[in-house]
Design a protein around this ligand. Structure first.
Ligand SMILES: Nc1ncnc2c1ncn2[C@@H]1O[C@H](COP(=O)(O)OP(=O)(O)OP(=O)(O)O)[C@@H](O)[C@H]1O
Ligand SMILES: [Mg+2]
Length: 160
């Protein structure tokens, strides 16, 4: 069973398209860590996923609020950005206890800031800036059986 898949996203429009693909593959629950440098496109990918789930209002980066919650047709989605989390214990005060619940999909930027206080991820989405093209390379890595099922759904047929 393959446990990682790599995708080239040459421009922001490609990120929008892949957000919809990810939305379909992810289903309604799970814990997803997003990694990559400042400006790599983590929030852009989450925004694309939420748009694909019918969220039409503003999708803000949770830079200062740390957590944004969306009620979608496919269930509740939590979007966190822990870059400004001063102390992982703060997670207890922002509604983060729902992360990992069976009916919640959690998408977490800068999860390392919450180390020790977050559930382990099913999946990691890593975005790297491609210096030559200024596009992005997305690597999707499974860390659990649930994550493997997502990766299998994303992988081209001939690599399965
Ligand atoms: N595939 C792509 N190719 C080129 N540019 C992209 C691509 N996807 C997104 N972008 C652009 O990259 C920028 C990403 O910003 P974004 O806020 O999503 O980054 P981030 O990883 O969430 O950063 P932070 O760590 O500060 O939260 C946006 O300007 C977006 O338009
Ligand atoms: Mg962001």
């Amino acid at each position: 069973m393959i446990s990682a898949v790599e995708v080239e996203l040459p421009d922001a429009a490609a990120t929008v398209v892949y957000g919809a693909t990810l939305s379909r593959a992810l289903g309604n629950s799970g814990v997803v860590y997003l990694s990559g440098t400042l400006g790599a496109g983590k929030t852009a990918l989450v925004r694309a996923l939420l748009r694909a789930r019918g969220v039409t209002g503003t999708v803000r980066s949770p830079t200062y609020t740390l957590l944004e919650c969306y009620e979608t047709a496919a269930g509740r989605v939590l979007h966190l950005d822990l870059y400004r989390l001063a102390d992982p214990e703060e997670l207890a005060f922002i509604g983060a206890e729902e992360i990992g619940a069976s009916d919640v999909l959690s998408l977490i930027e800068w999860p390392q800031r919450g180390a020790g206080f977050l559930p382990a991820p099913d999946l990691e989405l890593h975005l790297a800036v491609c210096a030559a093209t200024s596009g992005r390379r997305l690597t999707v890595t499974a860390h659990t059986g649930r994550g493997q099922a997502v990766v299998a759904a994303l992988a081209p047929d001939d690599t399965r």
